[in-house]
Write a protein that binds this ligand. Structure first.
Ligand code: GUN
Length: 292
């Protein structure tokens, strides 16, 4: 049986530590961290994520400023709201849930968030800081899902130095920052994507395989090295029948479980860690803002 990396449990511990940290912030500065959560439109998956993020933030003592906007909102109006949040002293972190409607330029919106309030770590300045940083990650605002994956890997207490890590997917949200984080751990990192030739053979050489492609149960055991560690970032809803659906990852768990040494389940693996890391970023941003 492989080691099942229980993200729910690790995220709970992270949240308990943040709760204590937030109590200390309150004692010292007489205020708690504030997180603005901006959702545009009603994409079903976004509504689920936003609800879970809001609930978790409140649980650890973060003040949530909820902004649910119409799908038809103009780009300029959205940027005006972000500018207001940038100037609001009670707001330490700003999260704009993606994807945005096609009428809105996502880059422009993300770039309008003050880098110090960038709860997702998506601003070019924070992306750049992650890419050139050689020290620990303590004070960096790092994209939440890949940082959550790294924290899960650390749970295994293994030496990551020199390990062959293959990241499947090259998104700005997961693939690229994941590669940067693994590189900082001195892994040998390969990113593969939809245009990669002979992707299966590259994956087969991975000691650590990070799957972030968004294709339900796409990865089977013939892509996986014996004893590999698998981090499954996929959260795909699939129909069981007309009335019922379930969540599955990018990896066919039942096919690979006898071959791997450790794996994250879906649900209950990476998902809760993404939320935990958002709360971490908000708390870091608050501590920095209180010093200024
Ligand atoms: N959409 C999918 N993942 C994320 C995330 O981590 N942050 C935001 N803001 N939007 C997302």
């Amino acid at each position: 049986m492989p080691h099942i990396l229980n993200g729910k449990k690790v995220a709970q511990k992270l949240k308990e530590n943040l709760k204590i940290e937030i109590e200390n912030i309150k004692l010292k500065f007489n205020r708690v961290p504030g997180l603005a959560v901006v959702q545009v439109g009603n994409v079903a998956a976004s509504s689920v994520y936003v609800k879970a993020k809001t609930k978790a933030a409140k649980e650890v003592g973060i003040n949530v400023f909820d902004h649910h906007l119409e799908e038809t909102i103009k780009q300029s109006e959205l940027i005006n709201l972000i500018n207001e949040l940038n100037d609001n002293k009670d707001v330490d972190g700003i999260l704009v849930q993606l994807p945005l409607p096609k009428t809105i330029n996502e880059d422009l919106v993300l770039n309008s968030i003050k880098p110090e309030k960038d709860a997702d770590g998506f601003h070019p300045l924070n992306v750049g800081k992650l890419s050139i940083s050689t020290t620990n990650n303590e004070n960096l605002l790092i994209p939440c899902t890949p940082y959550g994956c790294l924290l899960l890997l650390r749970e295994l207490n293994i030496n990551l130095v020199g390990k062959n890590a293959v990241v499947i997917g090259r998104s700005n949200i997961v693939g690229k920052p994941m590669a940067q984080l693994l590189l900082k751990e001195s892994c040998t990192v390969t990113i593969v994507h939809s245009k990669t030739l002979d992707i299966e053979n590259i994956c087969k050489k991975a000691d650590i395989l990070i799957a972030a492609i968004g294709k339900p149960e796409f990865i089977k055991k013939d892509w996986v090295k014996e004893g590999a560690i698998i981090i499954d970032v996929g959260i795909n809803r699939v129909e069981i029948n007309k009335e019922k659906s379930k969540l599955v990852g990018d990896v066919l768990f039942s096919d690979v479980e006898d071959k791997v040494s450790a794996i994250t389940p879906v649900p209950g693996g990476v998902g809760p860690m993404t939320i935990g890391c958002l709360l971490r970023n908000t708390t870091i941003a608050c501590k920095k803002n209180n010093k200024n």
